[in-house]
Write a protein that binds this ligand. Structure first.
Ligand SMILES: NC(=O)c1ccc[n+]([C@@H]2O[C@H](COP(=O)([O-])OP(=O)(O)OC[C@H]3O[C@@H](n4cnc5c(N)ncnc54)[C@H](O)[C@@H]3O)[C@@H](O)[C@H]2O)c1
Length: 356
């Protein structure tokens, strides 16, 4: 069962799908069948048992006779063919080791990678959520550095390149924000669980705050660049290249493009967006949808939001010819800014000092 595990508007885990789908499945299980039900949704440690065992009990089902419950997190990486469903290692949690071993044999048919029984449900549940927490923290560190170093007149990418010459330095790339329905969501599950048991989760909470505030931070930098370039505050126009949360994926869920656009629009700036991977209905009200880049006219600034190949390889000369002001901001540190500068663009980037 791989149903959604989103967060509510007040950043709390929403387990209603796990509960509703679980109920529907348990109601259909014949007595005496000892059917194994596996949850694959991303959850915090304890969810599978806490959500499903009361339903099992209420329906009069008996664990070990009518039903078994297990957890095996989905780990595939959207847009990454090398880490699709059939290429990722799996971990299985279950209070019954025999069921765990039977599931290992089953999942070995699904993936070419390692499949392992790791013990009780909570171990597998926790493993999945901390994978995403770790990624959020690593990205938050580099995003925080991308705010500090420009203030010291240093480009964060130069620092990262230097640091990465050491064998044990792990390099991450700063950006306009973290999107999708996993990394910006799952840490709240861990934060909630830690709060439930009265243990602080300060680091996880701080990382979330840094990544969540990146779009508004970048919006502030963009306006500084525009006002420095004498763009009229009454009539400024910004074009976002890419709207998906991730390169080569047509998925706008939790995309940082949305808070970035909203912050700019709240300052009275007109925002347009182009994303060849998405339908124009993906853009919220107020955002000008650009379907054909050759028709994009009179923008003052272009912002690379998503590193889609189509965004990197577009006709930059043609786009430049239609700009009112030739400002360019690389929000993913993926563009060859030197050659774009030579072409005539006034280039800027996340983590780079404004006047470099
Ligand atoms: N998509 C990914 O890349 C990915 C990767 C790793 C983990 N996950 C995790 O997998 C889970 C699902 O994510 P997703 O992207 O597949 O979500 P999704 O919204 O794309 O799909 C969920 C599916 O659940 C179905 N569903 C919802 N309620 C149901 C119910 N009561 N009964 C039966 N079916 C029901 C929906 O119809 C839909 O087909 C989440 O916990 C997510 O964190 C997803």
């Amino acid at each position: 069962m791989t149903v959604p595990t989103p967060i509510t508007h007040d950043l709390k885990p929403d387990l209603s799908y796990v509960e509703a789908a679980g109920r529907a499945v348990f109601e259909a299980i014949p007595k005496g069948s000892n059917t194994i039900v596996v949850l694959e949704s991303t959850v915090y440690p304890g969810v599978t048992a806490q959500t499903w065992l009361p339903i099992v009990e209420e329906l009069g089902l008996v664990i070990g006779e009518d039903v078994e419950i297990a957890y095996c997190p989905e780990r595939f990486n959207p847009g990454d063919a090398a880490h699709g469903v059939r290429q990722v290692a799996r971990v299985i949690g279950c209070s019954n080791p025999d069921v765990g071993k039977a599931l290992v044999a089953l999942y070995q048919k699904l993936t070419t990678e390692d499949v392992r029984y790791v013990g009780k449900l909570e171990v597998a549940e926790a493993a999945k959520v901390i994978e995403n927490v770790q990624r959020d923290i690593n990205i938050a560190l580099v995003n925080e550095l991308a705010r500090i170093f420009p203030a010291l007149d240093v480009d964060v990418e130069d620092v990262l390149s230097a640091a990465a010459t050491k064998w044990n330095f792990h390099r991450y790339t700063p950006g306009v924000g973290v999107g999708g329905h996993c990394i910006p969501v799952d840490p709240y599950y861990m934060i909630q669980r830690a709060a439930d048991v009265g243990v602080p989760a300060g680091l996880i909470t701080a990382a979330r705050a840094v990544n969540r505030s990146m779009p508004s931070h970048v919006a502030g930098v963009l306006t500084d660049i525009m006002w420095n370039a004498k763009v009229s505050a009454d009539d400024a126009r910004v074009l976002l290249l890419g709207w998906s949360y991730k390169a080569e994926v047509g998925d706008p869920r939790e995309t940082p493009a949305e808070p970035l656009a909203e912050t700019l629009m709240a300052k009275g700036i007109t925002v347009g967006a182009w994303d060849p991977h998405l339908d124009i209905k993906s853009f919220p009200d107020g955002v000008e949808s650009v379907t054909d880049l050759s028709t994009a006219q009179d923008y003052d600034m272009v912002v690379l939001v998503t590193a889609h190949k189509a965004c990197l390889e577009l006709d930059w000369e043609a786009l430049l010819a239609h700009m009112r002001t030739p400002l360019l901001y690389d929000g993913r540190r993926v563009l060859d800014l030197e050659s774009l500068k030579a072409m005539g663009w006034k280039t800027h980037a996340v983590g780079r000092p404004l006047d470099s």
